[in-house]
Ligand binder design. Structure first.
Ligand SMILES: O=P(O)(O)O[C@@H]1C[C@H](O)[C@@H](CO)O1
Ligand SMILES: Nc1nc2[nH]cnc2c(=O)[nH]1
Length: 246
């Protein structure tokens, strides 16, 4: 994605106060400012995850910096495994909602004293992913000829770093998840808390294993390979999306 930006200026996460360097392979750890479709953007090249040992607050901290920079829209992307059996590897999924098992249990960035300079103590999350932005994303996917493989669904956040057991994947299916991932949701909570609107897209890098003794085993290498393949479609969609949003 960063290659599509012009007039760039970048900063290593490690050089920015209170940012944390990513240890996950495939996550560079760089903040890049620039222009995309004549719009000013700031792009996180990589992110940190709770499974790296960071608190939800630490993971979501950059979003508060974005708020102070004047960011109005947060576009979140991630790699995820398909729980929904109609999804295929390489599909994109516009996120319409999420399940935050980690956060519901108390590990979320809004726990603790509320900083009312950013937002309220109690936060409605019933329309977390902006309806107008979702409709625009799906319309643009159709215009780009991507309708066949762009879905809309529910992202379930698990801490990781392990991929789900068969019973866990089946549980997520019963709960209504379409895909499972290890990121994104802490950042979305902090964005909604401070009034930033959110658009999210997952790239389906694998199908979660839902048959016991099937012999299938997931690996991060497969996720990286398939993520790289899906990223061309993701970039086309996001680029067009940035062009069209106000
Ligand atoms: O940062 P995301 O959620 O895109 O990365 C996913 C989750 C893990 O970091 C990794 C699993 O292989 O990919
Ligand atoms: N939790 C989870 N995260 C992923 N990220 C990419 N694939 C997966 C997956 O199958 N499960």
């Amino acid at each position: 994605m960063v290659k599509l930006l012009t007039d760039t200026d970048s900063f290593e996460f490690r050089d920015i106060p209170n940012f944390t360097t990513s240890t996950a392979p495939g996550h560079a750890g760089r903040l890049v400012f620039g222009s995309l479709q004549s719009k000013s953007v700031v792009l996180m090249q990589g992110r940190v995850h709770m499974y790296e040992g960071h608190s939800a607050k630490k993971v979501a901290f950059p979003v508060r910096v974005f708020k102070l920079l004047g960011v109005k829209t947060l576009i979140v992307t991630n790699a995820a495994g398909a729980i929904n059996r109609t999804y295929n590897v390489g599909d994109l999924m516009v996120i319409c909602d999420h399940i935050n098992l980690v956060g519901l249990a108390g590990l979320n960035p809004l726990v603790g004293v509320n900083d009312s300079r950013f937002g309220p103590r109690f936060l409605a999350m019933s329309s977390a992913y902006d309806k107008g932005l979702r409709s625009l994303g799906l319309k643009l996917a159709e215009e780009l000829g991507m309708k066949e493989f762009v879905r809309e669904g529910v992202y379930s956040f698990q801490c990781g770093p392990f991929f789900e057991t068969v019973a866990e994947s089946r549980l997520l299916n019963v709960l209504g998840a379409d895909v499972a991932g290890m990121s994104t949701v802490p950042e979305v909570l902090v964005a909604r808390h401070c009034g930033i609107r959110v658009f999210g897209v997952s790239v389906v890098t694998n199908r979660c294993v839902m048959e016991l003794d099937s012999g299938e085993e997931l690996s991060h290498e497969d996720v990286l390979t398939m993520g790289e393949k899906g990223s061309a479609d993701m970039q086309r969609l996001i680029s067009k999306f940035v062009d069209k949003i106000d």
